[in-house]
Design a protein around this ligand. Sequence first.
Ligand SMILES: *Cc1c(COP(=O)(O)O)cnc(C)c1O
Length: 417
Amino acid sequence: MGGRSGNAQGNGSGRLSDKKKLRTGTKLVEAGRREEWTGPVVNPPVWRASTHLYANEAERKAAQGNNVDGQFYYGRRGAPTQWSLCEALTEIEPGAFGTILYPSGTAAIVQALMAVLRPGDVLLVTDNAYEPSRTIASGILKRFGVEPRFFDPMDVAGFPDVFCDRTKAVLFECPGSLTMEVQDVPALTAIAREKGAVSLVDNTWAGPLGFPALERGCDITIMSLTKHVSGHSDVMMGSATARDERLYRRLRRTAQQMGTIVSPDDAALMLRGLRTMEVRLQRETASALTLARWLRERDEVAHVLCPLLDGSPGHDIWARDFTGGCGLFSFVLKGRTSEQRAAFIDALDLFGIGYSWGGFESLVIPFDPADIRTATPWPPAGWAVDEHLGIRLSIGLEDPEDLIADLDQAFTAMGTA
Ligand SMILES: *Cc1c(COP(=O)(O)O)cnc(C)c1O
């Protein structure tokens, strides 16, 4: 599926190198739409297939030992709908060799880690990681002999000391789930490289448009496509994109051995979402910044955790390393009870209560990371003890003035609860 070597087969490589010069919005429109895949229509059709038929026995025999990208063989190796999405994701990721698709972001994380680790290895995981990532590390990977260790995401000086000679991979997440710390990825990945460990990053928040992870030192960048690429809260998928051919082959081999394939219907939905991703992200990011600034002025709010906002943990690093953001950020209430937080959330009218994010509709969810973290405390040092009740917002495409009015009336409702 979708390695650069595969791209060269059906098409002259000249076309690909011309495409590399295009700017982001243009790439999002053009990417993956090879004529031999689309035919005379705009989008690649849904190739629903398990069996691929051969013209004759000689052709079947020739295909047998030929496990390369972009060739029909059997349904588990995909068909043009999936290949098109792989190629599109590789084209929009600066410095990428190739991309593998997975049925969810979580499947992408566990399979990418399994591709680079073996029993006896130590895996470092950032302490602000998405909770299912922590569970992968301390659950299935530990059961198969990998030792997980969690580290402070913001401590660059102490980072070399968390390695040992068995450390073979580091999982970053930038910014962190819920708490939104922005890590110094270039500095941390340089240390990991020196120690001989593979750097993987969960780059779901910014994606390649906001954070070119491979150019910032990561070896494999992972996304939950469920979020921004889908953009419409109706399909799940994940991706892992490798910087070089060796890692790409390891990802591909692992995915094939695990029987990983995504549905062509879902791939077509992802391709549809991908075309509008830049305009959606620009709108969400602008609205999120407006709301974050408004929240910062509220008496009910102790801290706004939004990488776009100065004063948020790691904002300076965001300003240095990122080219964009998204509509996801958090804030922490000042001196309220969890009952009052629930009253605030229940009073919201335009924000749905639900997991996930990156859709066209705004969402809200409470969070309490104190019990999850093991390497760093929550609330962080310097915060008052009654400043710990978190609320995460995913800002959609509604008018930000309507969202502010909704938050305003919910704060009023919370005050009288
Ligand atoms: C949602 C999410 C995932 C998992 O993606 P799924 O497609 O829901 O499995 C991984 N990482 C982050 C940061 C996420 O927000």
